[in-house]
Ligand binder design. Structure first.
Ligand SMILES: Cc1cc2nc3c(=O)[nH]c(=O)nc-3n(C[C@H](O)[C@H](O)[C@H](O)COP(=O)(O)OP(=O)(O)OC[C@H]3O[C@@H](n4cnc5c(N)ncnc54)[C@H](O)[C@@H]3O)c2cc1C
Length: 221
């Protein structure tokens, strides 16, 4: 079943990522980490089926998506980037993406952090952040989604990795085997990986070589 939901708030999170808020329909349920197929209430885009992840918590009165806009693609997010408060999304039923299974390390590339936003917010609410680590890869500091919120998550170890900018306080390069070995050490823990296809492939391969069994979700780019 799909729901037509009017946008109640839009917030710029970075130069190309926006947070869209909607009133939650009665009885709408999901778990942190789940996504839904989304279209928009505009000719040609009602049947779009790009998945986006719920970034609010299930107990909030609102739904929220955190969406990277690609203005140069002739696609859905180009249109989403033009939307205003009052315009509507068409949201399908939630389905599973990454399921939280216990303490461990979250490894995200760009908008691939979205399933972890909801999961980390849930762990914060429960007072269970300690013992978790977020390794968050981006091109530059300006691309980091919700940095202030992650930095304020007491107990969470956060490591930002920049591939296209040298800056103090940040890891430089790509998340590879040597970096994982240095940053993570113990591989008998859960690994949750989400990002663009090439990153998932190389991070998964590195983790497997280190003896870990990652749960991974590919975000096409
Ligand atoms: C389970 C899951 C959950 C997801 N959750 C989120 C989320 O919460 N937030 C988020 O931001 N993303 C999320 N994504 C990713 C998201 O679904 C798509 O990556 C995003 O919709 C792509 O936007 P688009 O505008 O390119 O889309 P599309 O409508 O698919 O547009 C693609 C169009 O762009 C063109 N195109 C493709 N590549 C290029 C290029 N390099 N240059 C120029 N044109 C190009 C194509 O020809 C096509 O016409 C998720 C993905 C998955 C699988």
């Amino acid at each position: 079943m799909s729901h037509t939901l009017a946008i109640t708030k839009i917030v710029d999170v970075t130069h190309d990522v926006r947070q869209f808020t909607f009133e939650k329909p009665d009885g709408f349920e999901f778990t942190p980490g789940q996504a839904a197929e989304v279209g928009i209430d505009k000719d040609g885009y009602r049947d779009a089926d790009n998945p986006f992840t719920f970034t609010a918590l299930p107990e909030w009165d609102e739904l929220q998506f955190t969406i990277k806009i690609y203005p140069e693609h002739d696609g859905l997010t180009q249109q989403i980037g033009k939307m205003s408060v009052g315009d509507s999304f068409i949201v399908g039923d939630p389905w599973g993406t990454i399921e939280y299974k216990g303490k461990g390390t979250f490894i995200a590339g760009g908008a691939g952090v979205t399933p972890f936003i909801a999961i980390l917010r849930m762990l914060k609410e429960r007072g269970e952040l300690s013992g978790h680590r977020l390794i968050f890869a981006n091109k530059t500091e300006a691309d980091i989604i919700l940095k202030d919120e992650f930095d304020a998550m007491d107990g969470l170890e956060v490591i930002y990795v920049l591939s296209a900018e040298d800056k103090g306080g940040y890891e430089r390069g790509r998340v590879d085997k040597a970096m994982l070995q240095r940053l993570v050490g113990n591989t008998s823990q859960h690994f949750y990986v989400c990002g663009p296809d090439p990153m998932i492939e190389s991070v998964n391969a590195a983790l497997k070589e280190l003896g870990a069994e990652p749960d991974a979700l590919v975000f096409e780019e």
